[in-house]
Ligand binder design. Sequence first.
Ligand code: PGA
Ligand code: ZN
Length: 376
Amino acid sequence: MHIQEVQARIIKNSRGENAIEVIVNKKYKASAPSGASTGKHEVSCFSDKGISFSVDFINKHPHFKNFSLEEFSDLRIFDSFVSILGGNAVVALQGACLQAIAEGNVASYLSSRLKFPIPLGNCIGGGAHSKSFGTDIQEFLLLSKMKSMEDRILLNRYVYDIIGKLTKAKKKTDEGAFVLQKTNEEVFLFLSSILDQMKDYGYSVHLGVDIAASQLYKDRKYYYRNSSQKKKILSRAEQIALVNEWIKKYGLTYVEDPLQEEDFSGFAMVEKKTLVCGDDLITTNIARLKIALKEKSVNSIIIKPNQIGSLVKTKEIVDFCKKKEIQTIISHRSGETMDSIIADLATAWHIPYIKTGIFGKEREVKLQRLVELENR
Ligand code: PGA
Ligand code: ZN
């Protein structure tokens, strides 16, 4: 594929922040999202000199004009630009070039056999994703395991709409989840009662959480504001005990970042009958995953391409996880764009889970893309 022209520009993400979009040969687009509860070990999104520097660099540098790309692995040539341009610029650049190589159909270009992921949908939330007073737990997640992708998505949305009707909640988090004046425990009980009733009708929807515990952590303690626990400031051991109690009591299928982002050995003490997932702990970084494997910290990890700043490195860690039998969850960010490439990557690379919300156009575009791929 001959790339004549690469153009970069600034667009707004779902939080109204500046984001980068790259357009190749005036036709193929990609953009990159940004987090609010970012991990300490993520690469930075843009150049130290700001997003405009990254955009101008791509637009002016002769390196990004008139070149050829034959296949996915050729995108590696951009990896070395992460330190100059930031991870978001490189991911958008590689995404747009990949769209061009694939002539707009990334999933079919990357694989002749697509496999569809289980969607994790954020239905109630708080933490760093809510300006108003929400739950301490950042995300309460629904996982429906229906046969078809379309039914999985519909069922998550059905439960989400029930929650909306029952609570009459008006406020939403950055990811479109409801913000409720309830404690963590009240939300667990509320969701369990809805999901139990669904089960009676033959619909199985599982419950998960992203605790995003680094956001609760300060001076070696975990601080809870909105909780019915007697103790609101917990030691590491108390935090581990509390998470294990939640797993047992509420039958959680999925627990993301139960402890702060440096505590590999603490993660190892969390009950592994469930998916214990590292997001801020791993930051899509293979070196950190190797530490986690040695310590037996996790059995699953979040995959966010802009955390590592490369689609090629993203593929490497996905492949490595398959070899090591670590489950992968490809994920949106709280500040999202209309880019839906993660849906294509999930289906082509056989990533078993996708976390991309339930509500809001930037989330729904990815879900619609999954349905479109299933129906073709
Ligand atoms: P972020 O949060 O996109 O704000 O980093 C999402 C998450 O923690 O999974
Ligand atoms: Zn997370």
